[in-house]
Design a binder for this molecule. Structure first.
Ligand code: PMP
Length: 300
């Protein structure tokens, strides 16, 4: 097993020795923000977009990241290089840092910045070929005026409850509705449906993360001349869709073939889903920041 190095506040620490304080408010309260990022053949996919979302999340919770966005971009690329990985999953975490037992963040003086680059773990290839069965769970998405789902915070309990409910139902992913009953997103991915050739994905205000993969799919739809609408929809629209798929950094683009016991379309990944997955897999190796030269090269 090769040695893995974790970036902690500007220093590289062996994976086995990497640790944070039990008084870190990230640990005590989920007080912090994070990103999950993929590297494909030496290309950090849409790194700049991930960093912008991280800084937006941090700004929203009044957390000051002690690096400029350019410095953090360099640090991510350097961590991938240091670990000699050309395909990887990166976890970038900024926690409020060490404080008192009291929840008051004013006691925390130094945010902790951690970058982990490791091997990718995702759905087996068979799932991309056959599609996923999913269910809707009772847990609703956080309301935007409580903890806004656009903030990718370390407080993932809402999503974890959904994952527990998915596990108990024996499925790989589950769907959350928002407080009004509109479809929001999965525990760790955004949702798209296809009806009569038109794609639909819930708009941000329904209460979902602004997924980087979701945006990449919208961009691909525009380039490939598929009509895509950001509109609220209900479970009825999902049940009667011709195709359905989930998007996420870990999940990429994965078809959903059964929702709450209703077969979607023909019960196998549909042609638009397959086409978008194919195009997405081409895009991920070129649209982003190269680890070997660190140049940002948006795909045309
Ligand atoms: N929604 C949630 C709740 C997530 O955790 C994720 C994964 N980051 C997504 C959607 C998909 O976002 P992205 O495509 O940026 O990974």
């Amino acid at each position: 097993m090769e040695q893995r190095w974790v970036f902690i506040n500007g220093k590289y620490v062996k994976k086995e020795e990497a640790s944070v304080s039990i008084f870190d408010h990230g640990f005590l309260y989920g007080d912090g923000v994070f990103e999950g990022i993929r590297v494909y053949e030496g290309n950090v996919f849409r790194l700049r977009e991930h960093l912008e979302r991280l800084y937006d999340s941090a700004r929203s919770i009044l957390l000051e990241i002690p690096y400029t966005i350019d410095e953090l971009e360099e640090a991510v690329v350097d961590t991938v290089r240091k670990n000699e990985l050309s395909n990887a999953y990166i976890r970038l975490i900024v926690s409020r840092g060490v404080g008192e037992l009291s929840l008051d963040p004013a006691q925390c003086s130094d945010p902790q910045v951690i970058i982990i680059a490791d091997q990718v773990t995702m759905f087996p290839q068979e799932r991309y070929e056959k599609g996923l069965n999913i269910v809707t769970v009772p847990t609703r998405r956080n309301v935007p005026d409580a903890l806004n789902p656009k903030i990718k915070s370390l407080n993932y309990l809402n999503n974890i409850l959904v994952k527990i409910e998915a596990n108990r139902a024996g499925v790989g992913e589950a769907l959350m509705l928002n407080h009004d009953g509109y479809v929001a997103e999965g525990s760790g991915d955004n949702i798209f449906i296809v009806k009569r050739g038109v794609l639909f994905t819930p708009p941000g205000y329904v209460g979902a993360l602004d997924g980087i993969t979701r945006q990449a799919i919208i961009d691909l739809c525009n380039r490939l001349s598929y009509e895509v609408k950001q509109e609220p929809f209900t479970l009825h629209d999902v049940f009667t869709a011709d195709e359905c798929f989930l998007t996420g950094t870990a999940a990429e683009v994965i078809a959903v073939v059964d929702v709450d016991g209703r077969t979607i379309g023909e019960g196998k990944p549909g042609p638009i889903t397959n086409h978008l997955l194919e195009e997405f897999r081409k895009l991920v190796t070129v649209d982003g920041t190269r680890v070997d030269q660190k140049t940002v090269s948006p795909a045309g």
